[in-house]
Structure formats: C-alpha cells, structure tokens
Design a protein around this ligand. Structure first.
Ligand SMILES: Cc1cc2nc3c(=O)[nH]c(=O)nc-3n(C[C@H](O)[C@H](O)[C@H](O)COP(=O)(O)O)c2cc1C
Length: 206
C-alpha cells in the first residue's frame, strides 16, 4: 500500500519461453493486493497459449490464476493494456507505477530497451522506469546467448535495470515444474522488494 492506495506495478509478458514464470509472478503480486498493470506482446500471448494451454490465454487469465493458485489472487487488481497503446498510463513517468518486471523477456524486447527504442508499450514503460530511476526487473530467456544479447544485458544493467535471468536452481530440490516456477517468481519478487516464502532461505546446507 502507498498512501492507502494499492501499489501499482507493471508486468510485461513477452515472447520468450517461460510463461509459467509470468503467471506465477502475476498471481503472487495479486495475492499481495498489488494493482498489476499488465501488458502482453503478441508473441507473449502466443507463448501463454503454447506453453500453458487454451485456458491460459490473456482473456481467461484471471480464472486460470484462480483455479491454479487459489482465490487469494482476488486481493489485487488487474488492468490490461494493449502493447500498441503508447498513451496508456504506464507510458508516462507522471503515473505512479512504482516498478516493472518483464517476465520472460525476449532478446528482441531486451534489445529495444537497451537502445531506448520505445517501439511499443513494453519498451516505453521500461524506458520510463529507467528514466525515472524506478525499479526495472528484466528476466531474459535465451540459450545460447549471442554477443549482442549479452551486450544488451550489460547496457540495461548499466542503465539501472536488474537482470534476473530465467535460471532456476536445483539446490532446493524441485519436484515439479511449479517448484521451478516458484523459485523464479521468488527471485523476481525479491528483486521487486517483496518478502516471500516461495523457496526456503539458504541455511548453509541442502
Ligand atoms: C515457441 C517460441 C519460443 C520462443 N522462445 C524465445 C526465447 O526463449 N527467447 C527469445 O528471445 N525469443 C524467443 N522466441 C522468439 C520471439 O518470440 C520473437 O523474437 C518475438 O519477435 C519477440 O517479440 P516480443 O519481444 O515483442 O514478444 C520464441 C518464439 C516462439 C514462437
């Protein structure tokens, strides 16, 4: 909460593999009462459906989250913006959106952010976070990585973004894909400044 109003956080889903990380992160933010301003690129939409099935299309996302993660998601609010709408709230620094996460982030969107292109709402909102010195969490996913992609990550980090690669760990002994998604969502929540118990804190031994 900020001044009694829900915290606003922008979440972008782009066309890299890892839609499960995005929906887990979205559910956790909503469960914390956050007003999530969601923008999904065309390929982000495709990956939601390709990786999670027809029940997880953008239009059905809230029922999907509720059935998968429970009714706690109703604690938050969800606004969906078109990626073509460069007049949306999150395109302006005067809008009080305090942070943004891009989960997962394609190499194309990464390049656009690194070079300040603002070709669509995802890139523009990310640029707003950088220029306003607000928290920007980028979760890139690609392998292997080209030199341009690696350099673009450095450019974004130099500009103030936090690079949180989609690289789940195994020391927490995951038993399922959901365990791996919990780990990544936990890392993203930490980067956004939230506490969570999505994976056990490291105690010094497995
Ligand atoms: C099934 C599928 C998987 C993809 N996985 C990745 C990926 O993991 N990383 C990546 O950078 N691009 C990936 N791409 C390519 C991007 O979707 C493509 O570059 C697209 O233009 C990204 O646009 P966006 O950033 O606006 O979503 C994938 C495409 C498809 C169809």
């Amino acid at each position: 909460m900020a001044d009694g109003k829900p915290l606003k956080i922008a979440l972008a889903i782009t066309g890299a593999s890892g839609a499960l990380y995005a929906v887990r992160t979205l559910a956790e933010l909503l469960a914390r009462g956050v007003h999530v301003e969601l923008v999904v690129s065309d390929y982000g939409r495709r990956l939601l459906r390709d990786e999670l099935g027809d029940e997880a299309t953008l239009e059905k996302l809230l029922p999907y989250l509720t059935s998968k993660y429970g009714g706690t998601v109703s604690a938050g609010a969800l606004s969906v913006h078109s990626n073509r709408d460069l007049g949306a709230t999150i395109a302006s620094g005067s809008h009080n959106c305090s942070a943004m996460a891009i989960v997962p982030c394609s190499m194309k969107t990464l390049a656009g952010i690194a070079h300040g292109l603002s070709r669509n709402l995802v890139e523009r909102a990310a640029d707003v976070m950088l220029k306003e010195r607000r928290r920007l969490v980028i979760v890139p996913r690609e392998t292997p990585m080209s030199l341009p992609a690696l350099k673009n990550m450095v450019l974004c980090a130099e500009a103030g973004a936090m690079i949180v690669p989609a690289m789940p760990a195994f020391y927490q002994q995951p038993k399922s894909l959901d365990d791996l998604a919990d780990f990544m969502a936990g890392k993203i929540l930490s980067a956004l400044g939230f506490e969570h118990d999505l994976y056990p804190a490291w105690t010094g031994q497995v």
